[in-house]
Design a protein around this ligand. Structure first.
Ligand code: ATP
Ligand code: HSE
Length: 294
């Protein structure tokens, strides 16, 4: 094989209480990434937000991954995920390139083993090697990452509505909004919610998953960065969403819902943002299955 082309999709990290641990793969939007052997490591970016994506391999998540894997390659990223929106835009190229290099050079890593390698690419974007976006991007479904290990659970069939208000919140800034310590009571509530969410996926119970999205950490400290958050969430719940969460570090909000309610929920959430004078992009999708060769 002299060149490989993969589809690496958007992801939604945290899912409320699962801060830096849980992540959900989405089917759309996605990046298409091509990788081919070259004399030196180089990166080209075309598409959504390309002007804000660094070409220097040291500052690009995909470049750091290729360096980590010790391969000189030309990486072409056809970007389809808006940067700094909370949908894992920096993770998709990292996961995509880890997967592509593994296939191209027949390195023999499992998808699970690629998770910590791809996570180190995130240092270029977030300053830390968090795996809660690269995990679901590689494995699909609902992913749990912990101490370099990654596990994935199949989700029940749900619709996913994502609303991206026209506001930029970088992961770095959103991480600074979080306290270093939280009260014991909040910690206990969050552990409970995260465990209930995983139980919901294991039991294929979308109502339990939805109820478990409300947390007292990510939402409490980061929702003030998203003007209109409470109204938008209420609009989605009124139209039948199972639950709502900030996607990753925001400002995108996602609602999980019955698939036949998704369009009405999308409209309600958009209308709420507009009532605060905030324009937004939005889309309806489903749970993704992980990076694949196309
Ligand atoms: N390969 C890459 N693709 C996209 N962004 C990158 C890449 N490498 C570095 N970046 C930087 O990361 C920034 C986006 O990362 P950030 O983590 O803030 O957003 P996100 O991935 O959309 O959000 P989240 O991690 O919350 O889901 C970009 O503005 C860009 O400067
Ligand atoms: N867990 C990270 C992910 C960002 O996508 C954060 O919320 O800061």
């Amino acid at each position: 094989m002299d060149r490989i082309r993969v589809k690496a999709s958007a992801t939604s990290a945290n899912l409320g209480a699962g801060f830096d641990v849980l992540g959900l793969a989405l089917d759309e939007p996605y990046d298409v990434i091509e990788v081919e052997p070259a004399d030196r490591l180089a990166i080209k970016v075309i598409g959504v937000g390309s002007e804000s994506i660094p070409l220097d391999p040291e500052r690009n998540t995909a470049g750091l991954v290729a360096k980590e894997m010790g391969r000189d390659v030309l990486i072409t990223i056809y970007s389809g995920i808006r940067p700094a929106s909370g949908l894992g835009s920096s993770a998709a190229p990292a996961a995509g390139v880890a997967f592509a290099i593994n296939e191209l050079f027949s390195l023999g890593y499992t998808r699970e083993e690629l998770v910590p390698i791809a996570a180190r690419g995130e240092v270029a974007a977030a300053g830390v090697a968090h795996a809660d976006n690269v995990g679901p991007c590689l494995l699909g479904g609902l992913t749990i990452v912990c101490g370099g290990q990654a596990e994935s659970l199949e989700m029940p069939e749900v619709g996913v509505v994502a609303i991206m208000p026209d506001v930029k919140v970088s992961t770095r800034v959103a991480r600074e909004a979080l306290p270093a310590c939280i009260p014991l009571r909040e910690m206990v509530q969050n552990v409970g919610k995260a465990c209930m969410l995983v139980a919901g996926a294991a039991k294929k119970d979308p109502y339990l998953i939805g109820r478990s999205l409300a947390d007292s950490f990510n939402e409490k400290y980061r929702s003030p960065l998203i003007k209109g958050y409470e109204g938008v969430k209420a609009g989605a719940m009124r139209e039948g969403a199972y639950g709502v969460a900030i996607s990753g570090s925001g400002p995108t909000m996602i609602a999980l819902c019955p698939r036949d309610r998704a369009k009405a929920i999308e409209k309600a959430m958009r209308d709420e943002f507009l009532s605060y004078g905030i324009s937004c992009e939005s889309f309806v999708t489903r749970v993704g299955r992980g990076v694949k060769i196309i």
